[in-house]
Design a protein. Sequence first.
Length: 94
Amino acid sequence: MPDVALALVDLESPLVVEAVRRACEDIGFLVITGHGVDRKLVAVVDSLSREFFDLPTEEKLGIETVSSSPTIRSTGRCGARASARPPALGGGRT
């Protein structure tokens, strides 16, 4: 499982941007450490995530997602592909 120490991540570095992109696209996720989020909350989110991903595919596809976050573009059905690419890491530069 990819493990990225947040305190050491320089999102201006093309090597870091590429490593994060590769982890997200090839593996589907990465683990960020050193962020200071309470371990109990991390454990709850991990448990809920595993519970979701253990669901049958058809059940996951039937779940509608909605996000009001300006940085997370996730509206529609789980598993549906977005038609537009998300903003690039590193201050929006591509």
